[in-house]
Design a binder for this molecule. Sequence first.
Ligand code: PRT
Ligand code: ZN
Length: 214
Amino acid sequence: MSNTNIRIAVQKSGRLSDDSLKLFKECGIKFESGGSKLRSISSNFPIEFLFLRDDDIPGYVEDGVADLGVIGLNVLEENRKEVEIVKELGFSKCRLSLAIPRNEVYTDLSYFEGKNIATSYPNLTNNFLKSKGITAHTHEISGSVEIAPSIGLAEGICDIVSTGGTLLSNGLKEVAEVFKSQAVLISNNSLTAEKKSILDKLTFRIDSVQRGQN
Ligand code: PRT
Ligand code: ZN
């Protein structure tokens, strides 16, 4: 028997990590996780886990440092890496939305014409506005985007929303959805036949876990 392992990159800690680990455990794959461990080899399936920052995962999969990865579609589409989307995983669901101060009057997207929009997702935001014929200026900031309108940095924001609680507590309202996201399983574009067959076994197990949930 060959001792090839398929290598998968998952988020070390954050909004993707618990559900990613839960999924692989429900697939019957045994491995250690948690603490300061950054790598873990399964004892009963030919897979090695790498625990990383989510932003690094698409690049590692594109380069072949990892064969597979679990990542939010929002991060993948913003950075446009050359990887294959194998499966939608159905967790970490959220949306990228445009939001403005709650007391502003909003009619339609023309509101944003010529305006400044703070976002961590300039590509998705610009592509969306361009497709709607709107010219706006995006300002890329890496976090705490919701604060931008109240400190005069921008008139609106484009950020990830899930419950809407963060927008509410920052005096903002959601006015348009730009992109729908969830966690996806991605793979390197040129897996060997051996790794492809391990991936087939893995997706077979994921399919049966997902069927059990429906
Ligand atoms: O440390 P690392 O770089 O690995 O993690 P991270 O901090 O960059 O990412 P993390 O763990 O916050 O999110 C990982 C992925 O989870 C995202 O890329 C999305 O695909 C998905 N996801 C799902 C979310 C949310 N829900 C979410 N609510 N990502 C972020 N948020 C943030 C959002 O930015 C906003 O500040 O939560 C706030 C809004 O939440 P609500 O519930 O108040 O609307
Ligand atoms: Zn991140």
